[in-house]
Design a binder for this molecule. Structure first.
Ligand code: BG6
Length: 470
């Protein structure tokens, strides 16, 4: 583009976090344990008891976000702070905490964007089969109702389930999907659980529109375009397969209320189509998101798979290459892309491509709910963090949003990961993403003081100029 279009006037510049990764206070003030609190902590990484201690320091954190000029803060609500056992009795202290957090944001004109479920199934419900239990649909809808009742007067933006597709694709790795013992058809079990999440999401969207006519709600999958490794037609088919399984299944359902045909046929062939109960179809048809929330880190690249089913190596490790589904696709490295210190490919142009494709398919405004660079940061003796690498990453990605806007794509906002350093999903505290540095190590909690990274000052300038001054 010779001339880029400007960012919309009310663009939601902000950043993201999730409760179990940022709050700490994991069993305080009546909070019940979630699956994250009872899981086995990966060796060499911190537990989730303190994290960034945002539960006790939210005022300071929100003030820093306000200083950067945030228009929005995307955070999740810990289900077990509200309902310690997942269902039943409400914990007033939990309700109060999020009231305080929301009010603190609004005090500075920061729009709260709330994720209802971010990887933290209540442990009690986990014991009852988690998303594998057909009752999980009702558990989630009941939880959603409590959130709408308590916070709906102030919260306009809602997100249902964070990265449902990653949960389904990497299954037990994240800790929220379980396979029953002696499971004979793993694919069927996983896609039945996935179906429960899809129905739960649909019902929560319908309920949101009933109870809160002015609110907006959307899904929050991780969407990354899948490239064919070459222009060989078989590789193109493989890319279409993985695009359908990884991306479109979730958005076709959220937006149009239908199962993607390629995925459905693949499930049929594997005897793995989910069972519907009365009401599922109607909920799916009646649910209409107002926008598409999505996380973007990198694209994927695939070639045709010539494995036969007996050699299948499916269901693990979505982020890295090496995943293969027999006869469907085989993930490979993209030789055109550099990688982060943690081995993730970096693809800003793929960000533009992904958003153009999504907008062409669904015609809904896009809200970026995550994007960002995990790196080892160093705090200097004079309290600085020189994270030029993160600034470059953001410059490249924000530029591509503007390219996409100039292509005609509609965006609501950009909320990268993460507002402040927090614990990564399985690589601990040393993998940092924040604009705000938290003074703690993997195991030594130190002062937990906050420091402004170079990217903090840079992002402040970007927001003040509404994306003009990158
Ligand atoms: C997304 C999740 O998958 O990526 C976040 O929604 C996560 O919870 C983020 O932290 C970065 O991944 P990681 O594994 O580096 O923490």
């Amino acid at each position: 583009h010779k001339r880029l279009k400007p960012f919309p006037k009310d663009f939601l510049w902000g950043a993201s976090s999730s409760a179990y990764q940022v709050e700490g206070a994991s069993l305080e003030d009546g909070k019940g344990p979630s699956c994250q609190d009872v899981k086995e902590i990966p060796e060499g990484t911190s537990d989730l008891k303190v994290c960034a201690d945002q539960y006790h320091r939210y005022k300071e954190d929100i003030a820093l976000m306000a200083e950067m000029g945030f228009k929005s803060y995307r955070f999740s609500i810990a289900w077990t702070r509200i309902l310690p056992k997942g269902t039943g009795e409400v914990n007033p202290k939990g309700i109060e905490y999020y009231n305080n957090l929301i009010n603190e944001c609004l005090k500075y004109g920061i729009e709260p964007i709330i994720t209802m479920f971010h990887f933290d199934m209540p442990a009690t419900l986990d014991e009852r089969g988690s998303w594998g239990n057909p009752d999980s649909v009702q558990w989630f809808v009941d939880f959603a109702r409590i959130l709408y009742e308590n916070y709906g007067d102030r919260v306009k933006y809602w997100l249902t389930i964070n990265e449902q597709n990653v949960l389904t694709l990497s299954g037990p790795v994240i800790g929220t999907l379980h396979l029953p013992e002696n499971c004979t058809n793993v694919l069927k079990e996983i896609y039945q659980q996935n179906h429960h999440m899809l129905v739960a999401q649909a019902k929560a969207m319908v309920l949101c529109h009933e109870m809160l006519p002015n609110a907006k709600i959307g899904p929050a999958p991780n969407i990354s375009l899948v490239y064919p490794a070459t222009c060989k037609p078989e590789d193109v088919i493989a890319a279409q397969n993985f695009n359908a399984i990884r991306n479109w299944l979730y958005l076709d359902m959220a937006v149009y209320g239908i199962y993607n045909a390629i995925v459905w046929s693949w499930l049929e062939e594997n005897d793995a189509t989910p069972t519907f109960v009365p009401g599922d179809k109607e909920a799916m048809k009646n649910a209409h998101p107002d926008f598409i929330g999505f996380n973007y880190y990198n694209t994927a690249t695939v070639a045709a798979s010539d494995l036969d089913a007996a050699e299948e190596t499916a269901l693990m490790g979505d982020q890295q290459s090496g995943r293969e589904m027999a006869g469907i696709f085989k993930q490979v490295d993209n030789p055109n892309l550099p990688k982060t210190e943690f081995g993730w490919e970096i693809d800003p142009v793929g960000f533009r491509a992904t958003t153009r494709e999504m907008y062409s398919r669904y015609h809904l405004p896009l809200l970026v709910t995550e994007n960002g660079l995990g790196a080892y940061d160093t705090l200097t003796e004079d309290g600085k963090v020189h994270d030029a690498y993160r600034i470059h990453y953001y410059q490249d990605h924000i530029r591509q949003i503007q390219e996409s806007i100039s292509d005609g794509t509609e965006f609501l906002g950009y909320n990268p990961w993460s507002a402040i350093d927090l614990i990564s999903t399985h690589e601990g505290m040393v993998k940092r993403y924040g604009f705000i540095y938290v003074d703690r190590d993997e195991f030594d909690l130190k002062t937990l003081d906050r420091f402004r990274k170079d990217s903090f000052y840079w992002y402040k300038k970007v927001i003040a100029s509404n994306g003009e001054d990158l």
